[in-house]
Design a protein around this ligand. Structure first.
Ligand code: TXA
Ligand code: MG
Length: 349
């Protein structure tokens, strides 16, 4: 692809400077690409009503064309323009969690281009909870289609530096408001079938949803209206969140068994002359090349997970060993991202 001149601008995350937002909005309105912060991860935004601009998102991040984009709006009142109807439970959830890290799937209105929804009849929409994102959408006057602002297959960006690493020269502007708050992407929830189902766990937890609608969502994929079992959340089928290193998840509850297995893996990879990293709760008893300690607070683990992946890559670590974590609350999303990043899962019961 032809390289673009990328402007990088710092923006105050609480009171975004009007002059910067105006420039960014002009780029959106002229069909360009702007990387902007949200409360989850940085997004790679384009005018969602412009099929050519939306297409250029796919090119910039090498995204497979069958993986649809999330449309970001600034206010729940705008929703009706872009959808055919509101499914059961959606209003309860919208009132409680928008703006916030909850993406809902709707039947799309014809105004949403097919490229955005990867040819499906469904559109994913959320209102992000970040002053910069909201100011940009409002100033542009259009909904903004935005996947995470990383190259396809790389960990999602939680700082502007991560996006610069992946997308410099591929986008028109990168807005830098510092690290994002949640650090993992929004929850994608499908309310269009009999049972609500989580297509991607994220910032709003399964427990939060249950508390609001009194129905426990399943963890699953959507089927399309056709009789074939076509998945309509295609993002989940593509490989995701890979650091360059090989990630090994040690799915072991018992602490002693975990230590034995860790030691075994360290010996194996040391013999193979590989550099070894551990992302764990305790310091390792055996020497490894790089260690990042996990916080006891799962919200902090979520915030730093993708950054940790990239830090291991920066130090050219070949293998990252990670112990299993709880799947409660935000732990479900953390475990999901680690599982997707893992090329091997070692289970000891
Ligand atoms: O937190 C987030 O959601 C971030 C920020 C930028 O908002 N965005 C993000 O977008 O993570 P992306 O494109 O990296 O992930 C979107 C996910 C994919 O798994 C995709 O398949 C799914 O949402 N998705 C999008 N549109 C869909 C649709 N119409 N039906 C089912 N799944 C959809
Ligand atoms: Mg993504």
């Amino acid at each position: 692809m032809i390289l673009k001149k990328t402007i990088i601008e710092k923006v105050d995350p609480i009171r975004p400077q009007k002059s910067v937002i105006t420039r960014a909005a002009k780029i959106i309105n002229s069909g360009g690409l702007v990387v902007f912060p949200t409360e989850t991860v940085y997004g790679l935004g384009a005018n969602a009503l412009d099929p050519v601009a939306s297409q250029s998102i796919f090119t910039a991040k090498n995204r497979p064309p069958d993986n649809p984009l999330i449309v970001h709006i600034s206010n729940k009142l705008e929703l009706d323009e872009y959808i055919l109807e509101k499914p059961k439970f959606s209003e309860l959830l919208i009132d409680r969690y928008w703006p916030g890290p909850l993406t809902l799937i709707f039947r799309k209105s014809p105004i949403i281009p097919n490229i955005v929804t990867a040819g499906t009849k469904y559109v994913a929409i959320r209102v992000p909870n970040h002053p910069v994102a909201l100011a940009l959408i409002k100033e542009s006057g259009v909904p903004i289609a935005a996947p995470s602002a990383n190259l396809s297959g790389r960990p999602s960006p939680t700082t502007a530096q991560h996006s610069i690493q992946d997308l410099y020269g591929r986008v028109d502007m990168i807005l830098d408001s510092g690290p994002t708050d949640i650090g993992l992407e929004s929850t994608v929830l499908n309310l269009l079938e009999k049972k609500p189902s989580i297509l991607r766990p994220g910032g709003i937890t399964r427990e939060d949803i249950f508390e609001t609608i009194s129905v426990r969502p399943t963890l699953g994929y959507l089927k399309s209206e056709s009789s074939s079992e076509k998945v309509i959340s295609p993002g989940t089928k593509h490989p995701h969140y890979h650091p360059k290193a090989k990630v090994i998840l040690l799915d072991i509850k018992n602490i002693e068994s975990l230590e034995i297995e860790l030691a075994k893996q360290i010996l194996i990879y040391r013999q193979l002359k590989k550099s070894i990293g551990i992302l764990g709760f305790e310091h390792s008893k055996l020497k490894v090349d790089m260690e990042i300690l996990l916080d006891k607070d799962y919200n902090k683990i979520a915030r730093s997970l993708f950054d940790s992946f990239r830090r291991f890559d920066d130090k050219k670590i070949d293998v990252i060993l990670i112990p299993r974590m709880s799947s409660k609350q935000i732990g479900l999303a953390i475990t999901d991202r680690i599982t997707r990043a893992a090329s091997q899962i070692i289970k000891v019961i």
